[in-house]
Design a protein around this ligand. Structure first.
Ligand SMILES: C[S@@+](CC[C@H](N)C(=O)[O-])C[C@H]1O[C@@H](n2cnc3c(N)ncnc32)[C@H](O)[C@@H]1O
Length: 208
């Protein structure tokens, strides 16, 4: 198995983390939701994994781009990111036959809209329900918490949520990881922490 070389060329993520995403996407028994697309590197990894596992599910990506202020860092995510992502993901979706579509809006705008709705593929309705959700957008606890609470009702049994940048310190001094552990306990989710060679951290929560 390989990771798509295009993804590795443009990603800021560690290769180990890309392997985690790849592994969980291979095992996902349902649609994949990605919050925070940037130039499309993690979405390419998802497409690659879905193709290798002959997945019949959809990949839904969500990112407003457009220089939306990014509260947890000084990074700016501009319009060229959108062009790069849409261009490479459209080519890859064609190549991998991925059922992929993108929503150019914030995660919460999308999740509020998508609840109870469906997409159309091959003449069939596919509900916006998730086998895997990768939350890599705003990295502010209140936003991530609301994302989780809006994903959970549509998370399939044994479905997983991966939260990137879980090592981010929040303004109140509490780490994202600790705050997420409390969310996991309150919602009866399993909780795992994955650390990577560049000190980044992904929290994994799963419906028991
Ligand atoms: C760290 S990058 C994502 C990297 C990407 N997942 C990857 O691994 O290649 C963060 C992205 O989140 C987007 N973003 C920021 N706030 C967001 C929100 N509220 N909802 C969705 N995406 C958001 C930014 O525009 C940016 O492109």
């Amino acid at each position: 198995m390989t990771l798509p070389i295009e993804a590795l060329k443009v990603t800021q993520n560690s290769t180990e983390m890309m392997w985690l995403l790849h592994d969980r996407a291979m095992k996902a028994d349902g649609n994949i939701l990605e919050v925070g697309t940037h130039v499309g590197s993690s979405a390419l990894v998802f497409m690659n994994a879905m193709s290798l596992s002959n997945s019949d599910h959809m990949l839904v990506t969500v990112d407003p781009w457009g220089m939306k202020p990014y509260p947890s860092s000084r990074s700016k995510y501009g319009d060229d990111n959108q062009r790069d992502a849409i261009a490479s993901l459209a080519v890859a979706a064609r190549q991998f036959h991925t059922k992929w579509h993108h929503f150019k809006m914030t995660s919460l705008e999308f999740l509020k809209w998508a609840d109870g709705k469906h997409a159309w593929y091959g003449g069939k309705q596919i509900p916006y329900q998730w086998g895997l959700a990768f939350l890599d957008g705003e990295h502010v606890f209140d936003t991530v918490h609301e994302e989780i609470m809006r994903v959970l009702p549509n998370l399939l049994p044994h479905g997983g949520i991966l939260v990137d940048n879980a090592n981010h310190q929040q303004p109140n001094g509490i780490s994202m990881k600790v705050a997420l552990a409390e969310v996991a306990i309150r919602n009866e989710l399993s909780f795992n922490v994955h650390g990577f060679e560049n000190d980044s951290m992904v929290v994994e929560m799963r419906k028991l």
